[in-house]
Write a protein that binds this ligand. Structure first.
Ligand code: ATP
Ligand code: MG
Length: 181
């Protein structure tokens, strides 16, 4: 199983100064008052793994992830998040026992990705994480309010959710595509 070691946020949402969270094996709890940035930490995790939708990140546009400034602090020009993953068991298809994925974004919307400090494409990040169980389509991140959405959904919607979690939906989509040919 893949283990997340640390997450560093720099200019990401409310985290203007570089902030590193270290995750020990086991359960990590992030606590704090309303608006203190707990959900922003989760957003950073989804974002660094390649999330492309501003809505999924609770913003109107992608550049909203960049620190927008406060009364005492000027806005920043870029957001940067680095996720370090323990790969000592070789779960990720890369020859390193520790893997760092970095995503950076500038105000003009330009962005870049790095794996262990080497520039790469979004596709490389997606492929690196796709079978690890932490890719963006995996249901390992359950956002605020998401549980009630699932519990209150119609049976067919709930079925789609379970199928996606079980990895069935991918095959259903492929079958439908093949049938159309
Ligand atoms: P709750 O307990 O209510 O869920 P939370 O700890 O999850 O709160 P977040 O939603 O993570 O809080 O943080 C919200 C705060 O982040 C708001 O104060 C908001 O102004 C700030 N914020 C969001 N985006 C930016 C940004 N781009 N620049 C600066 N601050 C931002
Ligand atoms: Mg929250």
């Amino acid at each position: 199983l893949v283990h997340l070691k640390s997450l560093t946020l720099k200019g990401f949402k409310s985290f203007a100064s570089a902030t590193t969270l270290r995750f020990e094996p086991g359960i990590t709890c992030v606590v704090g008052p309303n608006g203190s940035g707990k959900s922003n930490v989760v957003d950073a995790l989804t974002w660094v793994m390649g999330e492309q939708g501003a809505k999924a990140l609770r913003g109107g546009k992608m550049a909203d992830v960049i620190f927008a400034g406060t009364s005492g602090r000027a806005p920043l020009g870029r957001a940067e998040v680095t996720l370090t993953i323990d790969n000592s068991d070789g779960a990720l298809p890369i020859e390193y026992s520790e893997v760092s994925v970095t995503r950076r974004m500038f105000r003009d919307g330009a962005g870049e990705y790095e794996i262990n400090g080497t520039p790469c494409r979004l596709l490389d990040v997606q492929e690196l994480l796709s079978d690890s169980g932490i890719g963006r389509e995996m249901h390992v991140i359950v956002g605020q309010g998401r549980l009630s959405t699932i519990l209150e959904s119609r049976p067919e919607e709930r079925r789609a959710f379970i199928e996606e979690a079980a990895g069935v939906l991918k095959h259903r989509r492929r079958r439908e595509k093949a049938a159309r040919k």
